[in-house]
Design a binder for this molecule. Structure first.
Ligand code: FES
Length: 152
């Protein structure tokens, strides 16, 4: 049995077809990519965080939402846990009664007001309401004052 060898013409023709198909494939891929936009899917600004009874007296941090849920008796408030300097998560320092940013040292008092920079803007308080099914609904698009609480 003899093995068939390709001629030089056949080899060059195959290389030419491969290059042509590769070029058109790349163009088709680029065209599809052009039509499909780059979309950044942001997390929703409104979300439920459970029932009031899930939060005992004191301050709870919800890690994935980066918020503090503060309960004082029958009153609940929600404070952002994101430093207003460059967005690091702030920590509640119970013994010093303040929020502290570990990144650059900003300090916020228990009302969320800046007591030491570099942050210049206070931590925002978010509106929290009760849904018809008895769950807490946080709306990060609605800022409220420190005095505003949800009575539960
Ligand atoms: S990110 Fe908090 S002080 Fe810079």
């Amino acid at each position: 049995m003899t093995e068939r060898l390709y001629t030089r013409r056949e080899i060059l023709t195959r290389i030419g077809w491969g290059a042509t198909l590769g070029t058109f494939g790349g163009l088709a891929g680029a065209s599809v990519r052009y039509v499909i936009p780059n979309v950044l899917y942001e997390p929703p600004l409104t979300f439920k965080i459970g029932r009031p009874e899930d939060y005992p007296e004191g301050i709870d941090f919800i890690d994935d939402k980066r918020i503090f849920v503060i309960r004082q008796g029958n009153h609940i408030k929600v404070l952002s846990g994101v430093c207003t300097h460059l967005g690091c998560p702030v920590l509640w320092a119970e013994e010093r009664n303040r929020f502290e940013c570990p990144c650059h040292g900003s300090l916020f008092n228990a009302r969320g007001q800046v007591t030491a920079g570099p942050a210049q803007i206070p931590l925002p308080w978010y509106e929290v309401t009760l849904t018809v099914d008895g769950r807490l609904l946080v709306d990060e698009s609605r800022l409220v004052s420190f005095e505003r609480t949800l009575s539960v």
